[in-house]
Write a protein that binds this ligand. Structure first.
Ligand code: ADP
Length: 225
């Protein structure tokens, strides 16, 4: 029921504005483009929602770990993050520090999952950290686990809600958080994936101070010790 509500809202907005346009109920071209902009934004929201829901549905049908060994490099993970998010980081004037042990490791699940997990958490740090804030990313290997620590100086999460953020569709009810786009599904996808690969996620956070997400992912072996 949550999903249908979340899907209905953008659809109602889209059909409402399309009707307004088709009945030519706009004052001038500026207003017309403003309406088209709204439609475009809602279509994108819908796309993200459907994509996230499909990922969750796929994960729900994945009971066993896929038996495969994939090689990955910690350096490549960092370079990938820098490439994907460089524009957003620049736009918000964020200071991001990167620390990583340069290792080639083997995991026995899809590399793509690991990327999705890290990208989701890092993207949240960007979204929920105001301009000129700082983000710190660390990756290291310890006891056959890859440890990823992403901390930010963002808006933080209230103690009583820290468990809820991994639930589907949960979004913090702070006015500043609601103003930021999101589906409330990212962290539930992260949690689901971590459960399937026997990984863990820990959170330390304080309102208006920032958040720290610690992820531990088992690895099967290390190439260059
Ligand atoms: P969303 O699409 O809303 O970002 P997520 O499942 O990724 O969904 O996160 C759930 C909620 O947890 C967010 O709406 C936000 O309120 C809170 N949250 C997640 N990461 C952070 C962070 N780094 N700082 C502050 N709040 C966060």
């Amino acid at each position: 029921s949550n999903a249908s509500h979340e899907l209905k809202t953008p659809l109602t907005i889209i059909s409402g504005f399309l009707e307004t346009i088709s009945l030519k109920r706009f004052k001038n071209e500026t207003q017309l483009f403003y309406f088209i902009d709204i439609i475009e934004k809602e279509v994108n929201r819908l796309k993200k929602l459907v994509y996230d829901l499909l990922s969750l549905a796929t994960l729900e049908n994945t009971y066993m770990q896929i038996n495969r060994i994939e090689e990955l490099s910690t350096k490549k993970i960092i370079l990938n993050l820098q490439k994907i998010f460089s524009e957003l980081i620049l736009e918000k004037n964020l200071k991001v520090t990167w620390n990583y042990e340069d290792k080639e490791i083997f995991i026995n699940f899809k590399k793509e999952w690991l990327e999705i997990i890290i990208q989701n958490i890092f993207e949240n740090s960007i979204k929920y950290t105001p301009e000129y804030g700082a983000i710190d990313v660390k990756i290291y290997i310890e006891n056959f686990k890859m440890i990823v620590v992403i901390s930010d100086t963002g808006i933080g999460i209230a103690k009583e809600n820290q468990n809820k953020i991994f639930e589907r569709f949960y979004r913090e009810d702070l006015s500043h958080s609601k103003a930021i786009e999101g589906t409330g599904l990212g962290l539930s996808i992260v949690k689901h994936m971590l459960d399937l690969v026997q990984g863990e996620i820990y959170l330390e956070s304080e309102i208006n101070i920032g958040s720290k997400f610690i992820v531990e992912i088992p690895i099967s072996s290390i190439k260059n010790i």
